[in-house]
Design a protein around this ligand. Structure first.
Ligand code: ZN
Length: 175
């Protein structure tokens, strides 16, 4: 499968779809369920995922357990996966489309690592994890297939998104 754009008019919409699909496929593979994933050009945001049980990282104490930190790390990589997917798709990402993602990662990572230098390195590692996720060809097949379906239908339920992504990821035919 190639990474060729599907046409100029749809290119911008496809970028937004790739971003949301990056979040969605990471979520599917890491146990974060969502009710729906959508792209929208009318609102301030390019797209949105409705989480089944959104994590409120402002709650106290999660950073004191290894399980809590592990969960938080997956949550952050999931949020970075949108920008990482955009980066694989084309020339970098649109930072204005990802402000909520960045805000989340900054706030959560600050709770895990206090030393500023270590925090900087930690955030680079998180970004590398997100990049590795989207560089994986199987994951990318799922992201790309889901994005194409998002461009076509604008919104998918969590169940439909999972069907589309998993079918693409299990399909080893590169045609
Ligand atoms: Zn995002």
């Amino acid at each position: 499968m190639t990474d060729e754009p599907i046409g100029e008019l749809e290119d911008e919409e496809m970028r937004d779809a790739i971003h949301e699909a990056g979040h969605a496929v990471h979520a599917l593979l890491h146990g974060f369920s969502f009710q729906s994933v959508a792209i929208c050009h009318d609102g301030p945001r390019a797209g949105e995922i409705h989480w089944s049980s959104p994590w409120d990282y402002h709650t106290l104490g999660w950073e004191n357990t290894a399980d809590g930190r592990l969960f938080a790390e997956r949550w952050m990589v999931c949020h970075l996966a949108g920008m990482a997917a955009e980066t694989r798709w084309g020339d970098g990402f649109h930072p204005w489309g990802a402000q909520a993602d960045v805000t989340c990662v900054e706030a959560v990572s600050r709770r895990i690592v206090e030393n500023p230098k270590e925090l900087h390195e930690y955030r680079i590692r998180l970004w590398q994890m997100a990049t590795q996720f989207t560089q994986d060809d199987r994951n990318w097949r799922g992201i790309r297939a889901l994005a194409l379906e998002l461009v076509r239908r604008k919104s998918l339920s969590g169940e439909d998104a999972e069907l589309v992504a998993r079918a693409a990821m299990n399909d080893n035919d590169e045609s």
